[in-house]
Design a protein around this ligand. Structure first.
Ligand SMILES: [Zn+2]
Length: 255
């Protein structure tokens, strides 16, 4: 078989199958599940040899084993870095503390990737605690499976407390405590660059500024009589020119 080369060979490896070169250079910004599925199993042993999450020092038999992907068999390093978020709700006098720890894969290489590894929730309020522990264990297991974990945020956000949820300072309605835990996970994943926040763009921003100016609430304090916006759940929808208009997200419904 003859292969025509169009470019200069920069790197080469002797692969057992044609999939090897692909597995060697995954797109750096795409921790897609296929990738982890592809490169994972072969990495199991070398990952154990490098519990700090670093590149394995032992000679790798296959080039695809160089890049460590997220997978369940990845051993927890002794030390992880993370962040703790405080959730204060009107449901309990005690706050909830949510800690999300991350693992840094392939540190110092072009494949360096920081991914969430585990979540803990602590509170003085032990009511419902077995369910909270169950939730954290399952979320942690999903983190460790690798792949796209952003769907967790959507799932948590769609949990509605039959008691009606509660209002946060600033007038945002939170449908449930679980949904607020979802917001914490979202904040963390946005920080790690694993998901984008649903924020208004420049044009929407200007539109919001304009309607706020009209009502005279430029400081972001919404009128006391405002209704809850169906889009962003914030108590910021007011009647403007015959349309219910949200002063928080700019959403508008006429009639
Ligand atoms: Zn809104």
């Amino acid at each position: 078989m003859t292969i025509k080369l169009d470019g200069r060979i920069v790197k080469f490896a002797v692969g057992e199958d044609s999939a090897a070169p692909e597995a060697k250079s995954p797109a750096p910004d795409a921790p897609a599940s296929e990738q982890s599925a592809k490169g994972t199993r072969a990495d199991g042993n070398s990952a154990k040899g490098a519990p700090d999450g670093g590149a394995p020092r032992s000679a790798a038999p296959r080039p695809s084993a160089d890049v460590i992907q997220m997978h369940e068999q990845l051993e927890r390093p002794e030390e992880l870095v993370g962040a703790t978020y405080k959730i204060k709700t009107p449901l309990s006098e005690h706050a909830l503390y949510v800690t999300i720890n991350d693992i840094v894969l392939n540190p110092g290489t072009e494949h360096e990737l920081r991914r969430p590894f585990e979540i803990f929730i602590n509170s003085k309020n032990m009511e419902h605690f077995q369910w909270i522990v169950a939730l954290t264990r399952i979320i942690s297991a999903v983190f460790r499976k690798g792949g796209d974990v952003a769907f967790l945020v959507e799932e948590l956000h769609s949990v509605f407390d039959p008691g009606g949820g509660y209002l946060k300072r600033g007038g945002k309605r939170v449908p449930s405590l679980v949904a607020e835990i979802g917001t914490v996970v979202e904040e963390h994943l946005v920080k790690l660059g694993l998901m984008e926040r649903d924020e208004p763009d420049e044009i929407q921003r200007r539109h919001i500024d304009e309607i706020r100016r009209k009502v005279g609430c430029e400081d972001g304090q919404f009128p006391a009589g405002a209704a809850i916006c169906a889009r962003c759940s914030t108590k910021a929808a007011v009647m403007m020119d015959g349309c219910m208009t949200c002063l928080n997200c700019g959403d508008s419904k006429c009639g």
